[in-house]
Design a protein around this ligand. Structure first.
Ligand SMILES: C[S@@+](CC[C@H](N)C(=O)[O-])C[C@H]1O[C@@H](n2cnc3c(N)ncnc32)[C@H](O)[C@@H]1O
Length: 285
């Protein structure tokens, strides 16, 4: 059997491996938090025929059309896949913890039904409003400018999940026009989708989440020294946010390009967080 490529330190364990296979090896209730950014099944094979001299404000050059093999999943296959990873997360996340699940209309129905079938209580459904969303190129639909995030817990009939309520209420999120200091955080979040230069320094992932979004999930629900599980790592955004919150992080990614990108980002992050501990800590194979 081939050895699985991995990146392991005390704080981070990252595997180039299918999340279902990897999670199956982990013990029950070994995590305090999970952030899930799964394939949405939003890939399109459409070919855009843009006229010369098109006039899309702010989009003068080439851009990536959202078509990725790892995202080509739909219908009942998408539902089955959702049920499989959610069943593992129900087993792995403690009743005092939380699961955050990203989605769009392509998979949000499946995620919601799967939570209900597995008797995972939905705490909130958050709408992430992307004020700088990519324009609709076909002119046949509205411009998609939001994603849905479900906040779920595994407590069986009890609400024991950790919620950093007072500090969330007191906080100002500078980019968010909808959050006022001293007021409860609502379920619509105005968070621009652009990434800072440092987030793209080691390469780009086509569906990379902005760090400020992942950091907010952790600010709401993470306990320092807890353990974070990220089944679909991509470029490692959620792991970086987890490290900044003092969590131990475990993740899986199947594409070597993104696995390597995440490793580079994480190494840089750790060199910033713990310069004295860096030499000898990494056993990246
Ligand atoms: C939506 S992206 C995650 C992006 C990430 N949140 C970020 O900010 O970069 C989903 C990732 O899951 C990976 N993936 C797809 N199926 C997988 C599986 N079965 N196990 C592990 N990773 C998988 C894809 O290669 C892709 O990089």
């Amino acid at each position: 059997m081939n050895e699985i490529k991995r990146f392991e330190t005390e704080q981070v364990k990252l595997y180039l491996q299918d999340a279902l296979e990897g999670m199956a090896m982990l013990p029950d209730q070994s995590f305090d938090l999970a952030i899930v950014d799964p394939p949405y099944g939003a890939s399109t094979k459409a070919v855009w025929k843009l006229e010369q001299g098109h006039n899309l404000p702010g989009f003068g050059g080439q851009w990536d059309i959202a078509s990725h093999t790892w995202d080509e999943i739909s219908g009942i296959e998408s539902f089955q896949f959702t049920l499989l990873w959610l069943t593992e997360l129900k087993r792995l996340v403690k009743p005092t913890g939380s699961i955050w699940i990203h989605s769009t209309y392509h998979n949000s129905g499946w995620v919601n039904v799967a939570c209900q079938l597995l008797e995972l209580e939905i705490i909130n459904e958050v709408v992430w409003y992307k004020r700088n969303a990519f324009p609709n190129l076909s002119g046949r639909r509205l411009t998609a400018s939001h994603e849905t995030i479900l906040w779920v817990h595994t407590g069986n009939g009890k609400r024991e999940y950790y919620f950093n309520y007072e500090q969330v209420k007191a906080k100002t999120f500078p980019s968010d026009s909808l959050k006022k200091p001293g007021k409860q955080l609502r379920t619509v979040w105005d968070i621009p989708n652009n990434k800072k230069r440092e987030e793209l320094a080691f390469g780009k992932h086509p569906t990379q989440k902005p760090l400020r979004l992942s950091s907010r999930l952790l600010f709401i629900s993470a306990q320092k020294n807890g353990r974070l599980l990220v089944p679909f790592v991509g470029s490692g955004t959620e792991i970086i946010a987890g490290l900044r919150s003092g969590m131990e992080c475990t993740g899986f990614e199947t594409e070597i390009e993104y696995f390597d990108l995440a490793c580079r980002r994480i190494k840089e992050e750790m060199s910033q967080l713990q310069p004295m501990l860096l030499p000898g800590l990494f056993s990246s194979k």
